[in-house]
Write a protein that binds this ligand. Structure first.
Ligand SMILES: Nc1ncnc2c1ncn2[C@@H]1O[C@H](COP(=O)(O)OP(=O)(O)OP(=O)(O)O)[C@@H](O)[C@H]1O
Ligand SMILES: [Mg+2]
Length: 263
């Protein structure tokens, strides 16, 4: 697992009497997109917060680029965060700052070597990448839901991280905008060649963008493997989760999506 930027070993996490993660061990292979799926409230966001060091496990270990996040010094954690990009579930854009200032924020934090001119050039570049060129001066409140997601995406990649974590990039979007975000993530993955972790409960989106799937249920990892492996899982809870939107294989043949996504 030397080639995985993130390795979780037997991670346990409870809040009061409620166990959220009950012994999760897995890794996120470099250069691949892993989708973390599971029903609402199952601990997907909690898992992600362990990776960025916002939460610490009660037991077990989370290593990011080899650093044990819970035991590392604040400066070591900072060094790890610099190498990560994060799109939070609620977007977490600062309403008091413009689009450009929001996207520039990680550069101000992590790239003190860059001049303000260089920073602004980089902001313009990533806005082009998310297909919103020239909107630096806009107010966050003037953006549509899909535009907010794109701006959040631009902010997540602006400092050229080695791994990007997305918490529900499609939530609250109509199917067409959701598809456009999937395509953008797919394009970014191919052009940047970095590791992506995408939390979603959108099954169509999962199949569209992921190389691998990890499914959490009841605090445990109930499925973990390539997309095709997980779609063939005979685990009842996994089949139930997918059967709402997908035609699962009965034995032979490839799983398929309904509608225009198939093929
Ligand atoms: N800081 C916290 N303190 C107490 N409980 C928490 C905390 N963070 C999360 N939880 C609880 O842990 C459980 C898992 O939450 P989490 O946000 O990880 O769910 P999720 O799988 O991301 O769900 P969704 O798909 O709705 O986003 C929930 O019951 C939530 O209320
Ligand atoms: Mg969540």
């Amino acid at each position: 697992m030397a080639d995985s930027p993130v390795v979780l070993s037997d991670v346990h996490k409870s809040f009061g009497a409620m166990t959220v993660l009950d012994g999760v061990s897995m890794d996120f292979p470099a250069g691949q997109t892993t989708a973390v799926i599971g029903p609402s409230g199952t601990g997907k966001s909690v898992l992600l917060k362990h990776i960025v060091g916002l939460l610490e496990p009660d037991r077990g270990e989370v290593r990011v680029f080899g650093t044990d996040m819970a035991r590392a010094s604040e400066s070591a954690r900072y060094a790890v965060r610099k190498r990560l990009g994060m799109l939070f579930q609620d977007g977490a854009l600062f309403d008091s700052l413009t689009v450009g200032e929001n996207i520039e924020f990680p550069l101000v934090q992590h790239r003190k070597d860059l001049s303000s001119t260089k920073r602004r050039e980089r902001v313009a570049e990533v806005l082009k990448m998310v297909e919103l060129p020239g909107i630096e001066a806009r107010a966050i409140s003037s953006l549509s839901g899909g535009q907010r997601k794109r701006v959040g995406l631009a902010r997540a990649i602006v400092h050229s991280p080695e791994m990007v974590l997305f918490d529900e990039p499609n939530s609250g979007l109509d199917p067409m905008t959701s598809d456009a975000i999937d395509q953008l993530i797919g394009h970014l993955k191919r052009s940047l060649g970095i590791t992506f972790v995408v939390i979603t409960h959108d099954i169509v989106s999962t199949v569209n963008i992921a190389d691998r799937i990890a499914m959490l249920y009841g605090g445990k990892l109930v499925a973990w493997g390539t997309v095709q492996e997980v779609l063939r899982s005979q685990e009842p809870v996994v089949r139930r989760f997918f059967s709402r939107n997908l035609v699962l294989p009965t034995g032979e043949g490839e799983p398929s999506l309904p509608g225009p996504q198939s093929g």
